[in-house]
Design a protein around this ligand. Sequence first.
Ligand SMILES: [Zn+2]
Length: 375
Amino acid sequence: MGERLTRREVVKGAAWLGAGAVLAGTGRLDALLAQAVQRLDESSSRLGWPSVTPLPPLDNHYPLMPMWKTELRQLAPNVYVYQQQGGTGLPNAGISNAGLFVGEDWSVALDALGFPLQTKAFLAAAKQATGGKPIAQLINTHHHGDHVAGNQFFLPAQILGHPYCRQEVLKAVPTTPKSWPKQEGVADGTEVRKLTPPGATFEDNLTYHIGGNVVEFHFAGPAHTWGDIIAYLPQHKILFAGDLAFFHLVPYAHNGYVTKWLEAIDKIMKMDVDSIIPGHGPVGGKKDLVEMAEYFRVLKVEAKKRYDAHMSAGQAAADIKMGKFDNWMGPERIVMNTVRLYDEFRGTLTPDLDMAGTKSAIEEYNSIKAGKKSA
Ligand SMILES: [Zn+2]
């Protein structure tokens, strides 16, 4: 492990790298990459499987991603995104975004973020922007912790989601500790976890007329999960895509159905949409979604070749080079994503995590990368 830089140094270095230059193999750059980019496997922490190590290296033929900051940003009258920071060198590709739709007397929020301090910061920003209007409803795009773990801080708001989302939140909570451990940027140590699944569910569509806006919530799964909800604002051509979209981050299919996800993206591409708010990453548009889909299309082709050649998922993940996508946050997800594709190819895919398949693929990937085993 190289010396760990402070976040400020990393941000400074990465901002310079992200200035748009294609990375040439300069000594300065290599040195910066070697030390500045602490690439952490953030995908394993909540799920109890081993870390992917070492991570796929950066590819210096391609640019690094841009940096983006945490902010509540107005997108249209009474429509806001709460975007959380990210970029090369910043840890935690699991940091997610939220939305806010403001009405005359109350607001509707989309997603609750993943940690108490994140959620409290979002709620404080929302309060300031709306002059303290209460958030009466919260809609969860899906059940993953980085979107629902903050649910409790919205109470007494009504919480809504797809029935699958409710079912999975109810399953997941008993395995977590009772209190949030104190950690900088995560929790101040006073927050007791409270089981807070959606108390109201909808299967297909739900429309709000709020603050002069039509906000349509649609079921869009199975894709990232079997309970994905997206929010569409036809008047403004804005789509909150939840985790159907990851911009400048590797999309994570550990609970997903890649082929159906690509079909859901094709449907979005036919919608009248200008702005897309991803579950993770900065606000973008259709070109960003196409680029993300390209990751899955490339990975699916590469994984299938290796599946047909009787390589295991761990061997395949260790062997595949993703080019520009290796510079995105969350490169370790190639292992989990390959496991899901193998489950598809074999016809053994289920909505649940493939715990055994993932664990053995990570172990095999790690031992190949450590030189203990050849691919
Ligand atoms: Zn997710």
